[in-house]
Design a protein. Structure first.
Length: 718
């Protein structure tokens, strides 16, 4: 079979080779499998390299890559059809750019838009709202790339991209999200710079450097607006859905706390005043208090409105311990606080965006789910008594054991009372006997106790005796109730982990459950049966380590110290981001004004300071422009010198004429005498607009050009 007969070039620089195999496909014979493979190898275009692509193709591919990077963090939140459609459109647009094919007309794009709108209604049940809006925004930006026929179309894509960047912060304000979107902003600014450089082929490095410098010039103004612009709540205080978040819930079934303990994410960070860190066995952070029991699930008690009028009775001694908490978003309308944080001036927490109240069971309730990161300060007393005489309804509820569930534990409790001669209602005697039983019996503390059946307490306490803290707390409360002592389950967090930046970290894996029993004349008493079987869990805050992922597990196996240092360093950095950026609020603004010498900061003084800085910045910019007005683009200055040098030769050049146009005018005006002068003008055009464009003109060029122009002026025409 004959070899290639020609090698034409496409407009975008790709080479195509044809052979006898191509002729066979065209009708000169039917090739076999080998011929078809040869035809594919010789017909498909070869990748010429990034630098050899035509500028329009290169810029289009760069913009598509930036769009893909910007959409990437949304993939897990977008419907499957949106991901598939967007990927298909972006790949299609890249193919059109590489093959130099015509863009589709408006009808196919309109049809795709209608289909996308119908699919959005089908998947999101609406065209409005956050989820539907983000879905349609991704679709619109993808489809708009099929209309990149002019600069105005590109500008629409750029600003759709900037708007899409903002949508990411509706879901996450983490440092990783901010860094990813910083790359997206830089890419979009680079594409915007390229769109405003229509002549020549400036490199991506040159356009990217210009975009970075422009962003850095605007950074001081951005910082001033961030620090001083009035705000009502914390930054990015947009309400978020709490669905899908990990953490404690308002109910408990055996196995629920163990599932949370498998999560190593951060629940909150805490910083103690003057480094007064309590001992590990005192670090109990109170969450949901569960009193109602139906045999399977524990729930919080529903208090009557009359019971919520008065603050709960808490007897404290001493000054307490002050602390500050940065709480991550959760699934509950309450704040986990160190026991015991009473509702008294100087101790109660305050959050600008939430209304707080303390329930009779000492839970700090918020008016809605805490679906955003919040920071608050409070004061706690580690040794305190709470709870007076029980209301008859609460007393009955704290003793209730549903009929038909766990029958064996009732009989065991009756035998246990007779065996130990326990007085009815004596919390101290009953708890001491039960904790001794746990220590002496063959109980084990494990994160994976397996699945329990309908009568889970019977099975755990009498048969398997293997469980997590929730199993011990729930069974302890059930036995106490069977002994005639009011008791309830308290869930929350126990222990902390010291960080590198002075904060203490409480992870979801610190989730814990303990018991409270009521003693007449003394109130509610905290009892933690986990301390009887695993004292290190309480005294040293040693939570069970969850199973790590593949990469984390490999790093931990190779170098546990390195893994711990990397994790601690990243969490400290992320905490700084949270404290300085995400939780920057009006309190910090007023503190800043106070440090600047304003005795009583308020909104008016904040506005005046911001206005003064903006006016000062504007005046400084005007002064700089006045001082710098003698400076201009060296190419423009050279262009003016060239026009002045050509004017005596009779060449009338306009200010916008490029050097190649001036070369044509010189040849037309001077004829054969123009060879050297026109050659220098062509060289200037290549130096400014060619593939290897220079940032500044070569001084030697002007010497050659001016010398030749002077010679022509002094040499009379023949």
């Amino acid at each position: 079979m004959a070899g290639p007969v020609d090698r034409p070039r496409l407009a975008n620089g790709w080479s195509v080779r044809t052979s006898a195999a191509c002729k066979a496909v065209s009708g000169f014979g039917r090739p076999g499998a080998a011929d078809r493979m040869a035809w594919l190898e010789t017909t498909l275009p070869r990748w010429p390299g990034w630098r050899h692509l035509p500028r329009e193709t290169r810029d289009t591919l760069f913009l598509l890559a930036v769009i893909g990077w910007t959409v990437l963090p949304h993939l897990a939140r977008l419907p499957w059809w949106c991901v598939a459609l967007s990927a298909l459109v972006l790949v299609w647009r890249a193919h059109l750019a590489l093959a130099s094919l015509r863009l589709p007309g408006r009808m196919p794009i309109a049809a795709l838009l209608i289909v996308a709108a119908l699919l959005t209604v089908w998947s999101e049940q609406s065209l409005f709202g956050k989820e539907a809006g983000v879905t349609m925004l991704v679709v619109l930006m993808s489809l708009k790339t099929l209309e990149l026929r002019a600069r105005r179309d590109a500008l629409v894509v750029f600003f759709l991209g900037f708007f899409l960047v903002l949508t990411h912060f509706l879901y996450s304000q983490s440092l990783l999200t901010a860094l990813a979107m910083l790359v997206s902003v830089w890419g979009l600014l680079t594409a915007l710079v390229l769109a405003h450089m229509p002549v020549g082929k400036p490199s991506l490095r040159q356009a990217g450097a210009l975009a970075a410098r422009s962003a850095l010039f605007g950074a001081p103004l951005m910082v001033v607006l961030f620090v001083l612009f009035p705000r009502v709540g914390p930054l990015w205080g947009t309400p978020q859905d709490a669905m899908g978040r990990t953490g404690l819930s308002g109910t408990l079934r055996l196995g629920g706390v163990a599932e949370i303990a498998n999560d190593d994410s951060i629940a909150f960070r805490i910083k103690f005043d003057n480094e007064q860190v309590p001992a590990g066995e005192d670090l109990y952070f109170r969450g949901p208090v569960l009193t109602r029991f139906d045999g399977i699930e524990w729930r919080r008690r529903v208090y009557r409105s009359s019971e919520l009028v008065h603050s709960p009775q808490v007897l404290t001694q001493g000054n307490g311990i002050g602390y500050e908490v940065t709480l991550e978003p959760s699934r509950l309308p309450l704040l986990p606080l160190l026991e015991f944080t009473p509702d008294v001036p100087g101790a109660a927490p305050k959050v600008d965006t939430y209304t707080l109240s303390q329930r009779p069971d000492l839970q700090w309730q918020t008016d809605r789910v805490v679906a955003e990161r919040v920071r608050y300060s409070a004061r706690a007393w580690l040794r305190a008594r709470h709870g007076g005489e029980l209301d008859p309804g609460e007393h009955a509820e704290a003793l209730h054991l549903p009929e038909g569930f766990n029958p064996r534990i009732r009989a065991w409790a009756a035998d246990f009372r007779r065996e130990h001669n326990l007085p009815r209602g004596d919390v101290l005697a009953a708890s001491t006997a039960l904790l001794t039983h746990i220590r002496r019996a063959d109980f084990s503390y494990t994160l994976a106790p397996g699945t329990y059946g309908r009568d889970a307490v019977d099975e755990f306490w009498l048969d398997r005796r293997a469980g997590f803290c929730e199993h011990f707390a729930v069974s302890f409360v059930v036995v106490m109730r069977a002994l005639g002592i009011p008791a309830r389950v308290v869930t929350g967090y126990q222990g902390t982990e010291r960080a590198l930046d002075g904060y203490h970290i409480v992870r979801q894996s610190h989730a814990h459950a303990w018991a409270e029993a009521w003693q007449s004349g003394r109130g509610w008493i905290r009892l933690d049966p986990t301390a009887a079987v695993a004292p290190e869990r309480v005294t040293r805050s040693l939570n069970l380590v969850p199973t790590p992922g593949l990469v984390a597990g490999a790093l931990r196996n190779v170098s546990p110290e390195l893994m711990a240092q990397l994790q601690a360093g990243w969490e400290a950095l992320n905490n700084r981001w949270n404290q300085w950026v995400l939780n920057y609020s009006r309190v910090q603004q007023f503190d800043l004004l106070h440090s600047l010498g304003i005795r009583s900061p308020d909104w008016q003084s904040l506005g005046l300071v911001l206005l003064g800085l903006l006016v000062s910045g504007a005046l400084a910019g005007a002064a700089w422009a006045l001082w710098d007005r003698h400076r201009q683009d060296p190419w423009q200055r050279l262009q003016a010198q060239v026009r002045n040098a050509l004017a005596p030769l009779g060449v009338r050049a306009r200010p916008h004429d490029p050097p190649r146009r001036l070369a044509a005018l010189v040849r037309e005006r001077l004829g054969d005498r123009s060879d050297l002068l026109a050659y220098e003008l062509d060289a200037l055009d290549r130096a400014r607009y060619g593939p290897k464009a220079r940032r500044k003109p070569d001084p030697a060029w002007w010497h050659r050009f001016s010398f030749e122009a002077t010679r022509l002026r002094r040499t009379p025409e023949v």
